[in-house]
Design a protein around this ligand. Sequence first.
Ligand code: SER
Length: 433
Amino acid sequence: MLSPRIRSTFLDFFTSRGHRLVPSGSLLPPDPSLLVSNAGMNQFKPWFLGDVEPGFPRATSVQKCVRTVDIDNIGRTRRHSTFFEMLGNFSFGDYFKSETIAFAYELLTRHYDLSPDRLWITVYEDDDEAERMWRAVGVPSTRIQRLGAVDNFWSMGVPGPCGPCSDVTYDRGPSFGREGGPAVDSERYVELWSLVFMRSVRGETEPGGGFPVLGELPRTGIDTGLGLDRLAAVLQDVDSVVQTDLLRPTLATAEELAGRPYSPVDREDPDRVSFEVLTDHARAIAFLLADGIRPGKEGTEYVLRRLIRRALRHGRRLGIQGPILGPLTASVVTNLGPSWPELLHEAPLIEDLTTREEESFDRVLHRGTHLVNKAIRRALTTGTHQLPAKTVFTLYDSHGFPPDLTIEAAQEAGLTVDQTHLNTLLNPQPNRT
Ligand code: SER
């Protein structure tokens, strides 16, 4: 099933069950505590919190999301994307767990025709109720696993509504990883759909990464997110998200530019990583630009600049000589424009801005790459397996070469960088150019 049909099947299912179809919010979030929209529920945050009376009790949407926490996963796993579309259904004080679970099971097994035998479920450690409900729809207890807060208690990463979640994962088979369910291997048992049972309010992140739960929401709510890329990879039976119809044309453009084919077989192949980074980042860059975000030094603008620069580095690594991001983003526009008209509308601007940013960074990249390679060769002879933080800092301070790109190059050569030391050197300057 191709992605346009996956989207319409989802939206038809929920609109015919009383959900209001709501357009995606912009990638520039309404909530100033977020750099970029990261979930379908973002636009409904005040409704969940009770700050604003919900306009209707049920909603469904396809939300454009960018997850900066996953940028470094691109090329490492088969399932992560920087930009992705999240299919969601929401309840604001209306239905709760049992209906949500029944909806998810029916849609996946009867409308997307996923084999029930390959579905595995995770529930929050103390959520007996959710486990009982999954068993009631037909999932055997042998395929339901309990996980702790890290995996099964969801929040936006910033203060706001939160709650335990139950995730539906799909067994992609032994060639993807070890047996034992999602508790053991998240690449083989890929998480498709997260069902969040919103009930509490969280505070600021504490040192160490946790957060306090400050109290209960005025009414419980439902917030779900089904990843379109991942479902497409399963339904189209392809190895990774870059091979779905959402990204395959852009990957093909990257192959054309590089003059050689992408091969998914060798997970250690640096060319495979570069092809995947280019393909993934080109889509994120096109969507961020189409939503009015510009490359810059701070916040959301820096997220975009970082993606552009990293994509360029991987493009030049593949030996591409001429323009990279213009042709790649153009293929994103052609492929996804029919579903996302803002891409078509902003196409000339996307091409112009990516080209300009590419030209201005190319010189820094060229000179910087030469210096980084020299520093790496030197570090390799010391036998410490470390690229000194001071070197990373100097490359940034004197040559404008972004630390994240130096670190990535060091890691590719098997070297580590002392991040704490680097942070002290960069402080009080932010880690960016
Ligand atoms: N908000 C949850 C998530 O992003 C479910 O949509 O995973």
